[in-house]
Write a protein that binds this ligand. Structure first.
Ligand SMILES: NC(=O)c1ccc[n+]([C@@H]2O[C@H](COP(=O)([O-])OP(=O)(O)OC[C@H]3O[C@@H](n4cnc5c(N)ncnc54)[C@H](O)[C@@H]3O)[C@@H](O)[C@H]2O)c1
Ligand SMILES: O=c1ccn([C@@H]2O[C@H](COP(=O)(O)OP(=O)(O)O[C@H]3O[C@H](CO)[C@@H](O)[C@H](O)[C@H]3O)[C@@H](O)[C@H]2O)c(=O)[nH]1
Length: 443
């Protein structure tokens, strides 16, 4: 008989995982403490934007294979395997991860599970967490119930979440005191049969793989952005530099796009949590470079603000600035630690009138920062603007031509924060163009 699966936490990770587990043929219950979110999901409605996921959700809610609940008692007596995918955000009082949601989820599961079951951690956690949770589960388990724990970090990217879950680059199984490899292989049989590499290892390695991957990706982005700072002074073309580097197969071209930098609910908080964790372990010297990675990244946002100030000079107060893109990356409505939203709010605080348009991110941004002027279209945002900022590379922005904006803008000035436009072409049309890794003014 097919395994019954529960997924605890139905945010970006958990909702995707639950729908994909249903697509793989399992019966699934998604659980969250957010009643409103669960009500929406139970109607087959996704509370966030993620390509391909609405269709999967609708299909499996309609078939009854995927259900949603807020009741730990319901999943505790029903599922064979419980995935934990709750949030591990940056603590408000420091750099480390807030583990209260993971701890609460594990404790609630242990108290409500009525028969032997496997609990699988998917959240991104500081090394040592799984070992600690094993003890927590044993402490709160019902008498006679054996709970095994495995760690199975998730590597999906927002915008590609379904594809990354259905066909992952690799699977990592961190195995604890009770051997759970066979059950994990059953859960992931489809991917394994398709040849997905699997790394079976201990808890510590599995936890570290995840944060090491994100630290590496963040470092790669800041590496190219550090060179962007150099070309901004000496000249040179940062895109060509990245292309030339990328031809070296040992380096590779991906994650070498200079721009306004990385944001989102993962890379920034994960490099900070890693520094915090190694510091607790007395090893802060090992990850000191990540402080630089973070600083280089944040300086990119300063650069865009300074460019806007330079381009508008004494006109900034009261000038209309159009900000195109507010989500942290295209194909997502996620504005957590979004470089675009950060820049937009800083320019607003400096006295500009900021008009924002994002194909999907406006509502989330408006909840966090309601005072910006959120527009229904790109054309409404740029109408009367003295400066246009392109900060998230949605396809519709990449396709822009100078003639699309010229009838509307007050001044032909643009900052390409993602280096996706043909700068020479825009300049030939009379635009003043600033971009990342490029001297401004361009001699
Ligand atoms: N978003 C991604 O692309 C991604 C990818 C890989 C890993 N991760 C990791 O996955 C974890 C979740 O990230 P996310 O982006 O999905 O976060 P999220 O904030 O979108 O979702 C977390 C969900 O957990 C719920 N929750 C909190 N406490 C709970 C509890 N005690 N019981 C049940 N539900 C509870 C929240 O209500 C929320 O819906 C994090 O550790 C993150 O680092 C995220
Ligand atoms: O060359 C690049 C590539 C990305 N970015 C920015 O980096 C951020 C993160 O992008 P990406 O990694 O694609 O998005 P996430 O959905 O945050 O995914 C990361 O974080 C997830 C959560 O841990 C992991 O599962 C993924 O493997 C990891 O890529 C975004 O702001 C991008 O704009 C750049 O500035 N330059």
């Amino acid at each position: 008989m097919s395994l019954k699966v529960s997924v605890i936490g139905t945010g970006y990770l958990g909702a995707t995982h639950a729908a994909c587990m249903a697509e793989l043929g399992f019966e699934v219950i998604g659980l969250d403490i957010d009643q409103a979110k669960i009500e929406r999901l139970a109607e087959g409605l996704l509370p966030f934007h993620e390509p391909e996921l609405p269709e999967l959700l609708r299909k499996h809610v309609a078939s009854g294979r995927l259900r949603f609940t807020t009741s730990y008692a319901e999943v505790g007596e029903w599922a064979d395997v419980h995935f934990i995918g709750v949030g591990t955000p940056q603590r408000t009082d420091g750099q480390g991860a807030d583990m209260s949601y993971v701890d609460a989820a594990a404790t609630s599961l242990a108290r409500h599970i009525t028969r032997d079951a496997l609990i699988v951690g998917k959240s991104t956690v500081p090394v040592g967490t799984a070992r600690r949770l094993e003890a927590l589960l044993a402490e709160h388990a019902r008498p006679g119930v054996e709970l095994s724990l495995a760690w199975n970090p998730e590597f999906l990217r927002e915008g590609f979440a379904v594809r990354d879950t259905m066909t992952p680059d690799r699977l990592v199984f961190g195995i604890g005191t009770i051997d759970s490899e066979a059950m994990l292989r059953e859960v992931y049989a489809t991917a394994l049969e398709a040849g997905t590499p699997v790394v079976v290892t201990d808890f510590e390695t599995s936890e570290l793989v995840k944060v090491a991957a994100n630290a590496f990706l963040a470092t790669k982005i800041s590496f190219i952005n550090a060179f962007a700072e150099v070309t901004e002074t000496v000249g040179g073309d940062i895109g060509t530099l990245a292309d030339a580097l990328g031809y070296d197969a040992r380096i590779g071209r991906r994650f070498l796009n200079a721009g306004v930098g990385f944001g989102g609910g993962c890379l920034p908080k994960d490099i900070r949590a890693l520094q915090s964790r190694v510091s607790e372990l007395g090893l802060s010297h090992t990850m000191g470079f990540l402080a630089e990675v973070d600083e280089i990244n944040l300086r990119r946002r300063d650069r865009v603000v300074h460019l806007a100030e330079a381009m508008l000079a004494d006109e900034l107060a009261g000038a209309k600035i159009a900000v195109l893109g507010v989500s942290f990356k295209p194909d997502s409505d996620d504005v957590r630690d979004s470089p675009a939203l950060d820049v937009a709010t800083r320019l607003f605080n400096a006295g500009a009138e900021v008009a924002v348009y994002d194909p999907k991110g406006n509502a989330n941004a408006a909840r966090r920062f309601p005072r910006l002027d959120y527009c229904d279209s790109l054309y409404e945002a740029v109408d009367g603007a003295s400066l246009v900022l392109l900060l998230t590379e949605w396809e519709e922005f990449k396709a822009l031509q100078p003639g699309d904006l010229e009838p509307l803008v007050r001044k032909k000035r643009i900052i390409d924060g993602r280096n996706v436009l043909d700068h020479a072409g825009w300049e030939a049309s009379g635009w003043s163009v600033a971009a990342m890794g490029r001297r401004y003014p361009n001699p």
